[in-house]
Design a protein around this ligand. Sequence first.
Ligand code: IMP
Ligand code: MG
Length: 181
Amino acid sequence: MKTNHPDVAEILISAEELDARVQALGAEISSVYQDKSPLLLSVLKGSVVFMADLMRTLTIPHAIDFMAVSSYGAATESSGVVRILKDLDTPIEGKDVLIVEDIIDSGHTLSYLRGLLLARNPASLRIVTLLSKPSRREVDVPVDWVGFDIPDKFVIGYGLDYDELYRDLPYIGVLKAHVYG
Ligand code: IMP
Ligand code: MG
């Protein structure tokens, strides 16, 4: 098991806590989509670890697909500018789509994505995010499931990166300020 990383100031959510919450989310999501077969849409790259764990807790049949949108790069502040880098492989018209996100910060990314996907006429569109920073919200986005509300701190691990690193940490940790300062 990987232990505390030297660049991590504090472990915010342990691997055990993540596992328990993902199991609970999976049970809720499975019951809402009973008799349906949703398409899980992972927003690359941060949500891949969450998606991989979440899908294995689901008791309903489901497909997966991926989309990539522009993110912060090496910076830690949202620009509010969103660009599609990779689109879905298949049309979503008439499908039950579940967006799987790693974290909602300002809300700009998800707000833009939601509008774009709704224009393609899915049967339904829901959102699950592992993390949310409510104090940072600039745009209101209707989110169906939130794993954890967290304070306004830059976090890494369990898929989340800083400058493409730390995604492999099995917990959610707070990055030491000197790393990006
Ligand atoms: P938003 O558009 O401001 O809501 O930004 C959402 C995206 O910003 C997420 O999908 C992440 O890629 C990135 N992000 C926001 N906060 C953090 C953080 O604390 N750690 C790592 N990535 C973050
Ligand atoms: Mg993301």
